[in-house]
Design a protein around this ligand. Structure first.
Ligand code: MG
Length: 436
């Protein structure tokens, strides 16, 4: 072979998977650069971050070098952070990025996050990148075995991402290559769910890279399609004519459209997310997703803190208001014993918690009081007045009408001569007897 080594065949495939509502992966397969970005963030912010990252490396001018790619990635990190800080809908967005190119006959790979680069040579697959993830770090320290890491519930938590820190730390590597080598870059939607052995077998059995990319996506979907799946493949060759992917893929957004002259990435992306359709239903149907970036403790100010403090103040004020109202409220109610009583507090029960306490019993049977006279909140004086009325109307015992007892009849006065002589005769005596 006489000519320099080149990437002579490229292919890409991307699929939303079988669980996620939309695809936040982005890929680039435009010679001489291939790349995969796996975005994260609320709503569609992850797509924006991933697209900004992929666009940044696609815009590096030829001849593309490792230094040029690194500068583009660092600038993308700053751009993503600026958009995230100025657009509340994009707060916290970020993305992985793994990009590769050939430089001086060697493969250059730059990466941030857990989107992987592999080299497939002579039927064997070798992982080139080290995941910037929590479980990968624990495996490196010997805390977790690789087998435990594969099943770890936080295996998708990453420790580095574009957009996470003011300065991004980009890992680079340089790999000697030879004709026939195939470079694979993929998102964790493939590498987490399809084993290296299965990936190698799929590459070996596919006649062309395009078919291989499609088959790898199908494998990940067959394994559950839990995450977005994105695959970019590039074959190293020499003099042969390059073969490019014709663009046919299952990607929801296989790659960012070319920008028009003079238009900046930020202008396009910010403009593109305005008026986004509501995905509330789709988001609700999606399973909860663990945070993708492991944030250093105390290095980022939580945007949630003011909201949490505000909610706490509201709750305290609400409880204080209820307590104040309850301290001034009385209710005339039926006691469990079947009598009317006055209770102090609110006529509300929250499960086993009763917001009132018995204050005065009236002794009036509940059965004798119409229902509309019970319940309702009152001031103390009003409650006492109502209770007293109930006592008066319903609580006093039946009392017979009061009848004056008959006066005993006056016995006839004995004849006394001296009285008769004094009264002037029997007529006076007769009047006295007739008198009541
Ligand atoms: Mg992913």
């Amino acid at each position: 072979m006489s000519g320099p080594l080149r990437l002579v065949e490229i292919a890409q495939a991307s699929d939303v998977g079988r669980v996620r509502p939309h695809n936040e992966d982005r890929s680039l397969a435009e010679l001489p650069v291939i790349a995969v970005a796996d975005g994260m963030g609320g709503a569609k912010a992850g797509e924006v971050a991933a697209e900004m990252a992929v666009h940044a490396v696609s815009a590096v001018e030829a001849p593309v070098s490792q230094a040029g790619l690194r500068a583009a990635i660092e600038q993308a990190n700053r751009d993503i952070r600026r958009v995230a800080e100025t657009d509340p809908d994009k707060a916290g967005m970020g993305t992985t990025l793994t990009a590769a190119t050939l430089e001086d006959g060697r493969l250059s790979v730059l990466h941030v996050g857990d989107s992987r680069a592999y080299l497939w040579r002579d039927g064997e697959l070798r992982q080139l990148t080290h995941d910037h993830s929590m479980v990968a770090e624990l495996v490196r320290r010997g805390t977790l075995s690789p087998q435990e890491a594969e099943r770890h519930p936080h295996r998708n938590v990453i420790t580095r991402a574009l957009g996470a820190e003011a300065e991004v730390q980009v890992d680079t590597l340089s790999q000697a290559i030879q004709p026939g080598d195939v470079v694979l870059i993929c998102s964790d939607g493939l590498s987490t769910y399809v084993s290296d052995a299965d990936i190698a077998a799929t590459l070996a059995s596919a006649p062309r890279l395009k078919a291989a990319a499609r088959a790898l996506v199908d494998r990940a979907n067959a394994a559950g399609g839990v995450d977005n799946i994105t695959v970019v493949l590039a074959r190293v060759g020499g003099d042969e004519a390059p073969v490019s992917d014709d663009g046919e893929s299952t990607a929801e957004h296989p790659r960012p459209p070319a920008l028009e002259g003079g238009q900046t990435a930020e202008m396009r992306i910010v403009g593109g997310v305005r008026g986004r359709a509501s995905r509330a239903g789709a988001e609700a149907a999606a399973p909860a997703r663990a945070p993708r970036v492991l944030e250093p403790v105390g290095r980022r100010r939580s945007r949630l803190r003011p909201a949490v403090v505000g909610i706490g103040v509201l709750i305290v004020a609400l409880v204080a208001s209820v307590a104040w109202i309850g301290s001034r409220t009385y209710v005339v109610e039926a006691s469990p014993g079947g009598q009317v009583r006055v209770a102090h507090g609110l006529p509300v029960s929250l499960g086993p918690l009763d917001l009132s306490t018995p204050w005065q019993d009236t002794g009036v049977p509940t059965a004798s009081v119409p229902g509309e006279d019970l319940g309702g909140a009152h001031g103390q004086g009003e409650a006492v007045e109502i209770a007293a009325g109930l006592v008066w109307r319903h609580g006093l015992p039946e009392v017979a009408s009061i009848v004056a007892p008959p006066e005993p009849r006056t016995p006839p006065a004995p004849d006394r001569p001296e009285d008769g002589a004094a009264d002037g005769g029997g007529g006076a005596a007769g009047d006295g007897a007739a008198a009541p």
